[in-house]
Structure formats: C-alpha cells, structure tokens
Design a protein around this ligand. Structure first.
Ligand SMILES: *Cc1c(COP(=O)(O)O)cnc(C)c1O
Length: 390
C-alpha cells in the first residue's frame, strides 16, 4: 500500500525483489529486462557479486564517521576521479541535486571573490538539474518549478545547443560568473548538441572569465561510452557534477573542480554530514574498478551503437519516428506524438523503459547488458513502437 507515502510519484503497480545483471524479478518471480537501470544508476546491473562482496565487507568494518575526521576511502575516490577526469579536487554529497547545489554555491562564491555582488549563472532551456530550490530554479522545465515560487534568482536562461545565444549575453549581463549545462540533456529528451557546442562554450567562458560547469549527473561514469561525456569533445570543464551511476545505487554525488574553482571553498563554506562516507565511497570505488576491469566503457560504446542502428533498421520508413539518437547507452527515440503509454505497454511485455519530454522513449540500460539481451530489447521495442504508431 502506498497510503502512508507522500504522493510524489505515480508508481507502476509492481515491485521487484531481486535482480541479476540486466534482469529484475518481481515478487511473483516474473522476469523483466531492465533497459532503464534505475534511471542511469545501476551501471553494473543488479546483484553484481564484486559490488555485493565489497559492500558487505565494508558494512562490517565501518559505515560512517563524519567529515570531522579524515576518510581514506574518500581521499582514494577523489584521487581516482581526478585521475580519470583531469580535474583536481572533489567534494562529496549524496545526490545529483546536492552536487549541483555545490556547483551553484561554488560559482556564486567565486563571483563574490571576484567582486561581483549579484552573480548570475547561465542555464539552458529544457535542462534538468534537480528538485531542491536552487536546482529546480536552474532547471528549464516549468512543470518542475510550478507552485514553488518564489524561485531562487540569479539564473539567466538561453536555448540549449546555441553557443551564439550564450555569447550574446556577454555584452549586456555584466554579472555572469558561470555557465551550467548538461553535455547531453537527459530529462529534456536525450538532446545531443552539435559536436563543437561544448568547445565553443569553453572558448566563450575563457574569453569572459566565466566558469564552465558541466552537469554530468546522468551522462557521467561510463554512460556515454567514456568516463565522462566531455571526453568526447577534447575540452575540459572547470566544474563537473556526478551522481547517478557513481555509486551503483548507493547514494553518492560529487562536485569536481580544477583551477581557481578548486580553491574556492574553504572550511565552513560547504559541507555534508553523510557526504563521502566510507560505505558510499566503497560503492563508487568498486563501481569504477569493475567498469575498468570488465571493459564496460568500450562495451557501452559498442552496444549503444548496435542498439541505435538495429532500432533504425527495424523502424525504417515509419513516418512516426522523428529521430533515433544518443551516445553510448544513453538513447532516445523521438516519436511524432506523446507516447507515455509505451511505458505500460512495455511493462506488460516484461520490458522496463522510460518516456521523457512527452514523446521521447529513453533507454538507459545497465552497462553490463549483453548482446543477446540488447537484441531482445531492440526486437521487442521495435515491435511495440510499430504497433503503437499503428
Ligand atoms: C537526475 C539528474 C539530476 C538530479 O539528481 P538527483 O540525484 O535526483 O538529485 C540532476 N541533473 C541531471 C542531469 C540529472 O539527470
């Protein structure tokens, strides 16, 4: 019964009891193919033995001590994330919204250090940055904001994908200190900008002295076939936020920075009781280790290319398909009509998918999904979409 829960979600009437790789089993023992991975969280799939073992051992050793003491596992995770990203310091929290809160506070503090009393951050239309007051204010979706006014001020919004629109702000907004952008928009409908978009934003930020802050909460940690989506471009952000895939389901978020942005926070300026605890850091360190030793980045790249090509082949000529797009295992199939009903239709066929931005079927399979499972996914989904489009 959900009667004791605040009604924040319209949940599917189904509950899972256990999982194995890309499969979930409900309380009746029915088996479902998972092409959602807990919304880009379960990169290692379900029930991964190495993760389970590492977490069991760590739970028996130490779960929490607080950030009033050194936490060697947190230091090790920060070092590993910095090696992988080229950034130089990390702050740990417990979710994507919190990671973005850290980035927003960092940008404002940086602004104040520069003598900007009323710092503003450039954000994008159709963006999603979280549900806290600052992050929902940064989010470019009225549905997320409606009813929560007054919003947090200090955000300037432009269309996603247009570097010119960002450049045009420079002449009349003297208080801009940073740009916050998703490399590929997730909740906004798996929107993939032109290849040079981030490179152009980097150039503008360098010219203007603004921080370039990437929200890689969804795109980060192998999802797109690289450790981080910015690594497809050759540019580097000043700040990057992570969460979803980082802890394989154990809550953890991170805000990484380099250069002046890495030196902005000083003791007392930000914090978290739980952030970067030994248990969560074990989850993240093990996730990174397994991703590396199992070659999951290359696998995500190849499997994603296969899924997109195979769906395109199976759905070719169907006028209801607007576009099939994505990078690695972040895939969107845009239809010419609202298609939220496809979630239920797929569920009845024992397939877990998502629909976002009304008309985009979104696939975020676990990075461990096997080729045969991907074939079952494309065959089932193409059949369901064809029937849905009629
Ligand atoms: C999911 C998401 C968030 C919010 O993460 P939470 O952990 O739900 O707070 C922020 N940014 C992006 C890009 C996301 O996909």
């Amino acid at each position: 019964m959900t009667e004791f829960l605040m009604q924040t979600y319209a949940r599917q009437p189904i509950a899972f009891e256990r999982g194995e790789g890309a499969w979930l089993f409900d309380v009746n023992g029915e088996k479902y193919l998972d092409a959602l991975a807990g919304i880009a969280v379960n990169g290692l799939g379900h029930g991964h033995p190495r993760l389970a073992k590492a977490l069991c051992e760590q739970a028996g050793r130490l779960i929490h001590t607080s950030n009033l003491y050194r936490i060697p596992l947190q230091e090790a995770l920060a070092e590993r994330l910095c090696q992988l990203s080229g950034l130089s310091r990390a702050f740990f929290c417990n979710s994507g919204a919190e990671a973005n809160e850290a980035a927003i506070k960092l940008a404002r503090l940086h602004g104040h250090h520069q003598g900007v009393d009323n710092p503003a951050i450039v954000v994008m239309e159709k963006s999603f940055h979280g549900r806290t007051m600052a992050t929902l204010s940064a989010t470019g979706n009225r549905k997320v904001q409606a009813g929560f006014e007054p919003l947090v001020s200090g955000f300037v919004r432009v269309p996603f994908g247009s570097a010119d629109a960002v450049a045009a702000l420079a002449s009349h907004h003297k208080n801009i200190v940073a740009v916050l952008v998703e490399p590929y928009q997730g909740e906004g409908g798996v929107q993939i900008p032109q290849l040079d978009y981030l490179v152009q934003l980097r150039r503008i930020c360098d010219e203007q002295g603004w921080l370039l802050m990437l929200d890689e909460v969804q795109t980060g940690v192998g999802r797109t076939g690289k450790w981080f989506a910015f690594q497809h471009t050759g540019m580097m952000p000043d700040v990057m936020t992570l969460a979803k895939g980082l802890g394989s389901g154990v809550p953890i978020g991170a805000c990484l920075a380099r250069g002046v942005a890495a030196e902005t926070f000083t003791p007392g300026k930000h914090g978290s009781t739980f952030g970067g605890g030994p248990f969560a850091c074990t989850a993240a360190l093990t996730t990174l280790e397994v991703m590396e030793s199992e070659g999951l980045l290359a696998h995500a790249d190849q499997l994603g290319a296969f899924i997109r090509a195979d769906l395109a082949e199976r759905l070719r000529g169907n006028p209801g398909i607007v576009e099939i797009r994505g990078q690695g295992l972040m895939i969107g199939i845009e239809l010419d009509r609202p298609c939220a009903d496809l979630v239920k239709i797929a569920l009845a066929e024992k397939l877990l998918i998502n629909v976002t931005n009304d008309n985009v079927v979104r696939l975020l399979p676990p990075l461990v999904m096997k080729q045969e499972e991907a074939e079952l996914l494309t065959e089932t989904l193409a059949r369901l979409i064809s029937a849905f489009l009629g």
